[in-house]
Write a protein that binds this ligand. Structure first.
Ligand SMILES: Nc1ncnc2c1ncn2[C@@H]1O[C@H](COP(=O)(O)OP(=O)(O)OP(=O)(O)O)[C@@H](O)[C@H]1O
Ligand SMILES: [Mg+2]
Length: 305
């Protein structure tokens, strides 16, 4: 199968750290956003896909190749942007680019020049003296230079200024149109929303949700914020058993995530109270994600419309 396949990937580093029974697929031509708090296991999963670490159990495949056993072949099929860019100290930018071209055994000079120009990167200086952003731009050029069909991008736009983030988003859009298969980890919701077809959320090394980006955009879940007329009504609603995602005692407001099947129960309940205001909006990706970040069953406090 072309694309990325992670099946039961487990690597236990002890003390609850690592990745545990992680399974997902990125189909050919699809972009999967990989979201999760710090230390969740995103980079670890990507390192296994690059064959840098060996799974304790489970398998990782790219374009039907076993990433652990066929590491060298996989390297040729993949463009990888690591989360942390480490460059050998004694090199200048051009030498780094040449080194990467040698390692990948591809990467035409023309494409390298195109990428460097696009990101306004200047490889003439020593990498030791480059800023984080300057190094990141070279690493982006290196990841894209072999025009690989599969891209593993670990927080690709971290360290890039807002202008360069835009350049980067445009580049990914073009790569998507050209049919690339992309796994993209990020902490930037707007970037994930703009680029990803599906989103996988990982927490404490375990996959907790895989959702269609369109499902969130089209608002399958809604947040309803109700303002109550009195402290008594507000308190009674809070103790009614309805799962409240956010509340503001000062404003006497409560927010509730209501799915289509819960709407009647919610309306029947709310009729018992005197209400001052009522507002509804679709759950944003950020709210959806924060729900998993916060380790609660609710959607956090950012729910006021
Ligand atoms: N080689 C290793 N030895 C021990 N622990 C490790 C090793 N590699 C990763 N870990 C642990 O596994 C967990 C997952 O780390 P990982 O780097 O994959 O997180 P992440 O999701 O990429 O986080 P971030 O958003 O901060 O980049 C962390 O707790 C980390 O300390
Ligand atoms: Mg990481």
């Amino acid at each position: 199968m072309n694309g990325i396949k992670v099946n039961g990937l487990t690597h236990d580093y002890g003390h609850g750290r690592g990745v545990f029974d992680v399974s997902f697929e990125v189909k050919e031509g699809e972009t999967l956003g990989f979201l999760g708090p710090n230390g969740a296991g995103k980079s670890t999963t990507m390192r296994h896909l690059m064959g840098f670490s060996k799974p304790q159990s489970g398998t990782v495949e790219i374009n039907g190749l076993d990433c652990t056993k066929e590491h060298c072949k996989v390297m040729e099929e993949v463009g990888y942007l690591p989360g942390e860019v480490v460059m050998p100290d004694g090199l200048n930018g051009w030498q780094f680019i040449k080194m990467m071209q040698g390692m990948k055994r591809t990467g035409s000079d023309e494409r390298v020049r195109y990428l460097l120009e696009r990101f306004k990167a200047d490889p003439s200086g020593s990498v030791r003296r480059m800023s984080i952003g300057e190094k990141r731009k070279l690493a982006v050029a290196a990841a894209f230079m072999n025009d690989a069909g599969v891209l593993l991008l670990d927080e690709p736009s971290s360290g890039l200024d807002p202008l360069m983030q835009e350049v980067f988003i445009d580049l990914i859009r073009e790569e998507k149109e050209r049919g690339k298969t992309i796994l993209l980890s990020s902490h930037i919701f707007s970037e994930v929303e703009a680029l990803c077809d599906r989103i996988a959320i990982i927490k404490d090394g375990k996959l907790v949700s895989v959702v269609d980006a369109a499902e969130i955009k089209h608002g399958l879940h809604n947040v309803i914020t109700v303002g109550f007329s009195s402290e008594k009504d507000y308190s009674e609603f809070l103790s009614s058993g309805m799962e409240v995602s956010g509340d503001d005692r000062k404003e006497l407001k409560c927010s509730v995530i209501v799915d289509d099947e819960e709407i009647n129960r919610f309306i029947a309940l709310i009729k018992r109270f005197r209400i001052r205001s009522f507002a509804e909006h679709s759950v944003t990706l950020e709210e959806y994600f924060m729900h998993f970040y916060k380790n609660t069953k609710t959607f956090g406090g950012a729910a006021y419309a």
